[in-house]
Design a protein around this ligand. Structure first.
Ligand SMILES: NC(=O)c1ccc[n+]([C@@H]2O[C@H](COP(=O)([O-])OP(=O)(O)OC[C@H]3O[C@@H](n4cnc5c(N)ncnc54)[C@H](O)[C@@H]3O)[C@@H](O)[C@H]2O)c1
Length: 361
């Protein structure tokens, strides 16, 4: 099979994971890079020994079979439309686009052009999350009745909350819009397309400029399942948790240490006497040795969720596998990101209008 060529657009932080992934993908060659900041493009080209540094986007699109977009979200629609019009395959960092109207226009173009699209919904490719999905699919926790996600951070822990210049601050809902795709595709994957039910956004006097609503709770509802996302800019603990509650047990995933634990134990007198959390801790420790060895080996190999999703797209492009991000999942993310982001902004604006004298930020 002939080699397909890949062009990377945007050579900032996350491009490194993409370049690493493509450089280990059989059947694909990194043809060139482009960044509006020429220095950044040169840095990545040197790091990965890439021959071509393009000076404009059209040149890259004309020369590459796959266009891989690693630029800030506000630029995604413009770049994607050009690549689709040229019938190029697309890899897009999440979120696909920031505006649902752009997406509606684009879906028609995608259908006509026959182009393949993968949006980097990488947390689905985290080992612990795949383990959780396997447990759910095997029926280990029964029917999923709750999906709970915590994204609790602070300016000390989160590079996007530092200062007032990061591009995420201009997105609907500020910094939270940057992570919202993760929460939404995970919900879609585990519980289907739940509907946004309620958004509560509060702005405390500590709110950083990147998260003018520094405490946010989103709830979603389906016929038999509820989901909730909590975003905080005030938590020094830095938690990234996914908790799945089922009719027969629950699964807790710590995304930062890529570790999943499951409990299906029923209440009983002896468990109360020993302490149910102590019984569960024992079971978790039994699982931990093989899991941590696997984690260590993956780290040594430089294996990452970005590598796994890009390898999966590569197989789909070679006709050997399914698309890693079905269009219905992307559609769900784009439409609900916009809905939630705009509602956060509306509540912040309403709070400011109601209490200007008290200096709500
Ligand atoms: N999937 C994940 O886990 C994950 C993690 C981090 C970032 N991201 C996503 O990746 C994207 C980039 O984030 P980042 O943190 O790497 O940003 P970044 O600011 O570090 O890098 C962005 C790069 O794009 C360049 N750029 C800006 N506009 C451009 C344009 N029109 N054409 C070409 N280059 C342009 C900038 O000069 C910069 O070098 C965002 O969509 C973000 O949400 C995803």
């Amino acid at each position: 099979m002939s080699q397909l060529s890949v062009g990377i657009v945007g050579c900032g932080l996350i491009s490194e994971a993409h370049l690493k992934a493509w450089s280990t993908t059989d059947g694909f060659t990194i043809k060139g890079v482009f960044d509006t900041n020429a220095e950044q493009a040169q840095k990545r080209a040197k790091q990965f020994d890439v021959a071509n540094i393009y000076t404009d986007l059209d040149q890259l699109i004309a020369n590459c079979d796959v266009v891989d977009v690693c630029t800030p979200p506000a630029t995604h629609a413009m770049i994607a439309e050009k690549a689709i019009a040229a019938k190029r395959h697309l890899v897009m960092e999440k979120p696909m686009v920031t505006d649902a109207a752009d997406w509606t226009r684009m879906t028609d173009l995608i259908a006509k052009s026959g182009t393949k699209i993968a949006v980097i919904h990488n947390i689905k490719f985290l080992h612990s999350v795949r383990q959780a999905k396997q447990w759910v699919d095997e029926g280990r926790i029964g029917k999923v009745i709750r999906v709970q996600r915590e994204f609790l951070t602070s300016a000390t822990n989160d590079r996007m909350l530092v200062g007032d210049k990061h591009w995420s601050h201009k997105l609907p809902g500020g910094r939270w819009f940057e992570t919202l795709p993760h929460e939404l595709y995970l919900t879609h994957w585990f519980a289907g397309p739940l509907e946004v039910d309620h958004v509560t956004a509060i702005s405390t006097p500590n709110a950083p400029s990147g998260a003018p609503a520094d405490e946010v709770m989103v709830s979603l509802r389906g016929a038999s399942c509820i989901a909730s996302f909590h975003f905080s800019a005030n938590c020094e603990q830095n938690r990234r948790m996914l908790i799945l509650t089922g009719t027969h047990g629950h699964i807790t995933v710590d995304l930062l240490s890529d570790f999943a634990s499951i409990t299906t134990a029923k209440d009983s007198k002896w468990k109360r006497a020993v302490g149910a959390p102590i019984v569960q801790a024992g079971q978790t420790i039994l699982r931990s040795a093989p899991d941590r060895s696997r984690y260590g080996v993956q780290h040594l190999r430089g294996d990452s969720p970005h590598q796994r999703i890009i390898h999966s797209l590569a197989k789909a492009l070679q006709g050997k596998g399914e698309d890693p991000t079905p269009i219905a999942e992307v559609d769900y993310v784009v439409r609900n990101c916009e809905l939630i982001g705009r509602e956060i902004d509306r509540q912040v604006a309403a709070a400011r209008a109601a209490q200007p004298a008290h200096g709500i930020k």
